[in-house]
Design a protein around this ligand. Structure first.
Ligand code: ATP
Ligand code: MG
Length: 139
């Protein structure tokens, strides 16, 4: 059954001009781009998005990093899209990510790790409407 997942191409990957490469990897993996746009997160938006990590020691740095430059946010669609995109992203720490994954190719560090993807149907259902209206889910 077709499923939606939410993605962020993070500021490091946008600054390094990797948006096209990453979206090509997504398309080559058989996922459809349902919506995409460039945004520059405010502090409030970055804190809200990663609120689940607000007690973690790296939260302050994570928020600063996420608002350090523009991001590209997208919705991808496909059968089992959430797990397929997580697999394509690779491990959180690029040093642990396997060959062929986005984080292996473009991640710089455990923080500046190129991309975010929803980790389950419940988070996708929150993250997609956090960034996109139903009118923007056009494809
Ligand atoms: P994401 O939620 O961005 O898809 P993830 O699910 O692989 O990543 P999480 O544990 O949810 O990993 O961490 C959220 C983000 O916080 C990571 O992607 C990374 O940018 C940052 N992060 C995670 N662990 C650390 C750490 N130990 N030090 C610094 N930043 C970290
Ligand atoms: Mg996560």
């Amino acid at each position: 059954m077709a499923e939606l997942t939410f993605s962020i191409i993070k500021p490091d990957a946008v600054a390094n001009n990797k948006v096209g490469d990453i979206l090509k990897m997504v398309s080559d993996a058989g996922l459809t781009i349902k919506a995409t746009k460039m945004i520059h997160l405010t502090k409030t938006q970055a804190e809200g998005f990663y609120a689940v990590h607000s007690e973690r020691p790296f939260f302050g740095e994570l928020v600063e990093y996420m608002m350090s430059g523009p991001c590209v946010v997208s919705v991808f669609e496909g059968d089992n899209a959430i797990k397929r995109y997580r697999d394509l992203m690779g491990a959180t720490n690029p040093a642990d990510a396997v060959e062929g994954t986005i984080r292996k190719a473009f991640g710089a560090s455990i923080e500046a790790n190129a991309c975010h993807g929803s980790d389950g149907p419940d988070t996708a259902a929150i993250e997609v409407p956090y960034f996109f209206s139903s009118l923007e889910l056009v494809n």
